[in-house]
Ligand binder design. Structure first.
Ligand code: ATP
Length: 515
């Protein structure tokens, strides 16, 4: 069912111009996608929602747009050259390549699925079912849960210790087979660095090796002093940026969830050492509120990291219930003074902040929020896509596909539709209304096909309002305005249309709840 939804989503994205596979003429390029006309609008709206909530609404957060290419030493200092690796394993028979940690996680997922199935079976059998009690006492469930826990711990330890041999041993002990071919003929596990590299034209050899940034955060750290001095911000303050990042992911499946070229919205918040846990809790709550303003609460949850990155002293994921289950949508990380400290050490330049209240200098600590634009896009769309039956309608009008996107994020805010296209004065009037609306919002003018069909086309891309110009318009200067979700139509004066559409689609609707 969920798998079907995912397939539907991918084909819907292509059919309606949200997302195309990159280089399709040449059979595509794995893990790379292009955003079509609708996708470009939705993506821009997601970025605008983030930028306004983070930069515009906080006096102590400022924006930045740093370059993708940076001095290669930056990636040495950040730890990416030495440690930005994933464990890779090849199947010798199928020649397919996998991430060893994901193969092992797959076994944990299988155990969890078995447990959930058992729980659901029991729920159907017993009245007044006590789930917690069942989970802690049913012998089979307890055994599977312990097993899953053991595997997760061993995986976390091996990852932390960089113990590739133990990952291989675990894969063998669990008798994990290649999901596609069933073969257990594996190579050793080895580390694979995820950074893409290229070469400067005027410097030969290693010295001229450049990396495409794997995260936007380092552009913020290396500009910390520039920004602090030029904006006279005082700690605590933040620097935010939106931009492309590149990772040579070993397995880039699941559509735009895991891409090799993607976009991040990151904010680094610089705080006094010792206050970082308060700010960590603060940003956890703020970011969850941002997500809940556009997605239902039951599709969101926090998940603490089992395995902290080398730079973090606390880290949590905001997970979203994608069609393939709960997965990371955003990370909130307490990064200590690791990054600024490393850049200070490797560059030999002092990166400190003089705190006038304490009358002392220190390297600020950092709390980071980092969300992928593309994963957010997938979250919004997978939550919005609905196939439904239309009450009291017949034939091809009796079902519809509708994208219930928050109106402020919708790619097109309204469509203007003359009821017929062979009446010159009606078409002229419709054009007139459209010309006024397009100054205010992205709108579409559509006169082709029967009106029902045109409504369906707009429903499928999530347009919140359709404005129909009919014969009555010519008499009394009123139009009907149809709301996407309820399909209710209301007759309103032409002079009120801009105000009505603005009231419902304004980004302010989302922002005002965020405080
Ligand atoms: P994962 O564990 O899924 O690989 P990560 O923990 O490496 O993700 P971060 O380095 O914390 O991710 O990056 C922050 C955010 O950037 C993620 O929460 C996600 O939204 C986004 N992101 C990271 N990698 C990708 C990718 N390959 N494709 C799309 N978005 C990504």
């Amino acid at each position: 069912m969920q798998e079907d939804l995912f397939k539907r989503l991918v084909s819907h994205c292509k059919e309606y111009g949200f997302i195309y596979p990159s280089s399709e003429l040449y059979d595509g390029l794995g893990g790379i996608y292009d955003y079509g006309p609708m996708g470009a609008e939705l993506k821009n709206n997601i970025k605008e929602y983030w930028w306004k909530a983070i930069v515009q609404m906080h006096e102590n957060i400022v924006g930045l747009d740093s370059a993708i290419f940076m001095h290669p030493k930056i990636w040495k200092a950040s730890g990416h050259v030495d440690a930005f690796n994933d464990p890779l394993i090849d199947n010798k028979d199928s020649k397919k390549r996998y991430r060893a940690d994901q193969l092992i996680e797959g076994e944990i997922d299988k155990l969890e699925a078995k447990i959930n199935k058992e729980v659901e079976k029991a729920r159907g059998r017993f009245e007044n079912f006590d789930e917690a009690m069942f989970r802690s006492t049913n012998a089979r469930v307890v055994e599977w849960a312990n097993r899953a826990d053991e595997i997760a711990k061993r995986l976390a330890n091996a990852m932390r210790a960089n113990d590739m041999a133990d990952l291989k041993a675990l894969i063998e002990e669990l008798q994990i087979a290649d999901p596609e071919s069933g073969s257990r003929n594996w190579t050793e596990v080895r580390q694979f660095n995820l950074m893409f590299s290229t070469q400067l034209s005027n410097v030969a050899g290693e010295e001229g090796k450049l990396y495409l940034r794997p995260e936007t955060a380092q552009g913020i750290f290396v500009n910390f002093l520039n920004v602090q001095k030029t904006t006279r911000q005082k700690v605590p303050f933040g620097i935010a940026q939106i931009g492309k990042a590149f990772r040579n992911e070993i397995v880039a499946r699941q559509f735009i969830f895991r891409m090799r070229e993607f976009e991040q919205m990151e904010m680094q918040f610089f705080v006094r050492p010792g206050t970082e846990m308060e700010w960590y809790e603060y940003w956890k709550a703020k970011r969850m509120a941002w997500h809940k303003a556009v997605s239902p609460a039951e599709k969101l949850r926090f998940k603490d990291h089992d395995n902290l990155a080398h730079y973090a002293n606390a880290a949590v994921d905001v997970q979203f219930d994608f069609p393939f289950g709960f997965k990371e949508l955003e990370g909130v990380h307490s990064r200590t003074d690791f990054d600024l400290g490393s850049h200070q050490a490797l560059s030999g330049r002092k990166i400190q902040y003089f705190d006038p209240e304490l009358n002392e200098s220190y390297i600020p600590y950092v709390v980071e929020t980092s969300v992928g634009v593309d994963r957010m896009f997938l979250a919004v769309l997978s939550n919005a896509l609905v196939d439904e039956t239309v009450p009291d309608a017949q034939g091809e009008d009796s079902t519809r596909t509708v994208l219930r996107i928050a109106p402020a994020l919708a790619p097109v805010k309204c469509a203007v539709l003359p009821i017929v296209r062979n009446k010159e004065e009606l078409v002229e009037k419709a054009r007139n209304v459209f010309d006024r609306l397009k100054l205010n919002f992205p709108c579409q003018y559509d006169e082709k096909d029967a009106i029902g069909r045109r409504y369906r086309r707009q429903d499928a891309v999530g347009t919140p309002f359709c404005i129909t110009i009919d014969f009555e318009t010519m008499d009394n200067d009123t139009v009907t305005i149809r709301e996407r979700d309820s399909m209710q139509q209301e007759r309103v004066p032409v002079s009120k249309v801009v105000e009505i559409v603005r009231e419902k689609t304004d980004m302010v609707r989302l922002l005002e709840g965020l405080g």
